[in-house]
Design a protein around this ligand. Structure first.
Ligand code: PRP
Ligand code: URA
Length: 210
């Protein structure tokens, strides 16, 4: 295993992931579960944010209390499926900026085709967390990180829900500085480059287009 990979083993995440995988879960419940898992994973992915102290007054006395040290964040969901993770992470960090990268995998080559990119203009001052529920071949993740790195962000993390061993190997070998947060590393890819056992097509399940 690569030392840049962090599997969020928290029981709440693992419990919710089971219902997310279940093919009988409705789109409405799937969206809710993606939001909840993303919120819990964001808690882990931001564990290293540095703290500083500020002077406040409680109703009892004055004290020095901890606050996050002026760190600026940006979330970059990979369209479409990454959009499903936005609500959860923004509920924890509402001041973050949000960029968008639109990618669609080619059905035969499985390589991503880019159709949209809009990033915050001050992204060079920000720590970036890329959001995409599925890390399969890793083509989309590598393309997204390549694109963001051209704008010199302070750092990049990649947050997904399910990763394949192949996707982790490709993203880690291309961008060893990018920490990968996931809820599961599954067995393998199938002949259509879907993750096994996985959860199917994340975008279709979020948006009800299957
Ligand atoms: C899915 C998923 C990732 C990509 C992962 O998106 O959300 O972006 O596939 O596959 P990879 O690691 O092999 O590149 P898809 O291209 O199906 O688009 P969608 O989100 O619009 O459904
Ligand atoms: N994209 C998905 O949505 N699911 C997979 O299993 C692989 C790529």
């Amino acid at each position: 295993m690569f030392d840049n990979v962090f599997v969020v083993e928290h029981p709440l995440v693992q419990h919710k992931l089971t219902y997310l995988r279940d093919k009988n879960t409705s789109s409405a419940n799937f969206r809710r579960l993606v939001t909840e898992i993303s919120t819990l994973m964001c808690y882990e992915a931001t564990r290293d944010l540095p703290l500083t102290e500020t002077e406040i007054e409680t109703p009892i006395t004055s004290m020095k209390a901890k606050i996050i040290a002026g760190r600026k964040l940006a979330f970059v969901p990979v369209l479409r499926a990454g959009l499903g993770m936005c609500e959860g992470v923004l509920s924890l960090i509402p001041a973050a900026k949000v960029g968008h990268i639109g990618l669609q995998r080619d059905h035969e080559t499985f390589e991503p085709m880019s159709y949209y990119c809009k990033l915050p203009p001050d992204i060079s001052e920000r720590d970036v967390i890329v959001l995409d529920p599925m890390l399969a071949t890793g083509g989309s993740a590598v393309f997204a990180v390549d694109t963001i790195k051209k704008h010199n962000p302070k750092s990049i993390k990649f947050m997904c829900i399910i990763a394949s061993p192949e996707g982790i190997a490709r993203l880690s070998s291309t961008h060893s500085d990018v920490k990968i947060f996931c809820a599961s590393v599954d067995e393998r890819l199938n002949e259509k480059a879907y993750i096994v056992p996985g959860l199917g097509d994340a975008g279709d399940r979020i948006f009800g287009t299957d």
